[in-house]
Design a protein around this ligand. Structure first.
Ligand code: G4P
Length: 291
């Protein structure tokens, strides 16, 4: 889905989510485990307010498990419950309703003490495009649900989807916008596939991705492409281009005159990164958020 986030759209998205908050008990904020900060909406606390919140780090199958654990500790320190899941296979997805219910346990206990039979916990999934909202909803529902886009007057025709015996979800997730004003964030979103390549130049995205990979996961890159080159200095653009060229030669991306086709190389780097071919990669860690 491609959304152009003009200020009017942001205001509307915010209002639509805030309308839905009136109907629910708990928000489920979905982030990409590889880039929890870059996949986070810049004003999420303002939008979601004080509702109990479960932060779900999705796509954890692609992230570095040790770093994901550190993120869980970090978000718990912010006062939220946090778990990591893989919605594509369903790994740990069944913990979502359990944790959501735990967040409301005191209220539920009070109701039971008063003789009231508590109803299912009502939740709303929110997150930026492509973070995996539909995939998670389908997993939780145990079937494929044709998710409709938001309509005006959202609180009218809303449907509840059963997610196990103790939870119900609103059928339309809340769609939030990412932080685009920061160039680094833009590149991280593009390299993980959260924003489409057309927005930025593919060679620039791949260059940026390779720079990050060389910096943090050089051995994986070297092994994957069977490189003979020494680890480059990531402050030197020429050295990164040399790595791209060697990848091109290894993978047969040559143009006439044996020139390396950098656009083709870029496509390979990004495809393989998104498919997890370099192993489990986390591009952001809680102690090092802006580099
Ligand atoms: P959205 O509703 O938030 O916009 O996201 P959506 O569920 O459409 O998911 C976006 C992409 O992320 C999909 O891939 C989906 O399969 C993938 N995805 C979602 N959750 C996970 C996860 O936990 N792990 C991994 N590895 N991938 C996940 P796609 O390539 O756009 O579509 P498709 O090829 O799967 O159909």
């Amino acid at each position: 889905m491609t959304i152009q986030w003009f200020p009017g759209h942001m205001t509307r998205a915010k209002r639509q989510i805030q309308d839905k908050l009136k109907l629910i008990d708990v928000t489920i904020e979905l982030l990409d485990a590889r880039i929890p900060m870059s996949s986070r909406n810049p004003i999420v606390d303002e939008i979601l307010g004080g509702k109990p919140r479960l932060i779900v780090l999705n796509k954890s199958d692609l992230a570095d498990a040790k770093v994901t654990e550190q993120w869980i500790t970090y978000f718990k320190g912010e006062g939220h419950e946090c778990i990591a899941v893989d919605s594509s296979t369903g790994t740990r997805v069944n913990e979502v309703p359990v944790k959501a219910k735990e967040l409301l346990q005191e209220k539920i206990d009070r109701q039971i003490a008063k003789g009231i039979n508590p109803r299912a916990v009502r939740g709303l999934i929110v997150g930026i495009p492509n973070v995996g909202k539909s995939t998670l909803i389908n997993r939780l529902a145990g079937r494929n649900i044709a998710l409709t886009g938001d309509r005006p007057g959202v609180t009218k025709g809303q449907q509840w989807i059963k997610a196990g015996k103790d939870m119900e979800l609103l059928d339309t997730p809340g769609i939030l916008w990412p932080k685009f004003e920061d160039e680094l964030v833009g590149y991280r979103l593009a390299m993980t596939g959260a924003i489409r390549e057309q927005v930025l130049n593919i060679e620039d995205i791949a260059f940026f991705a390779l720079k990050e990979l060389v910096d943090r996961y050089w051995n994986s890159v070297k092994e994957r492409f069977e490189l003979t080159i020494e680890q480059p200095d990531t402050n030197e653009s020429d050295e990164i281009v040399k790595v791209m060229e060697e990848i091109g030669r290894k993978r047969g991306c040559l143009q006439s005159g044996a020139r390396v086709d950098l656009e083709k190389v870029s496509g390979i780097i990004l495809r393989e990164l998104r498919a997890g071919k370099f192993g489990h990669i986390s591009l952001e860690a809680p102690w090092k958020q802006n580099s």
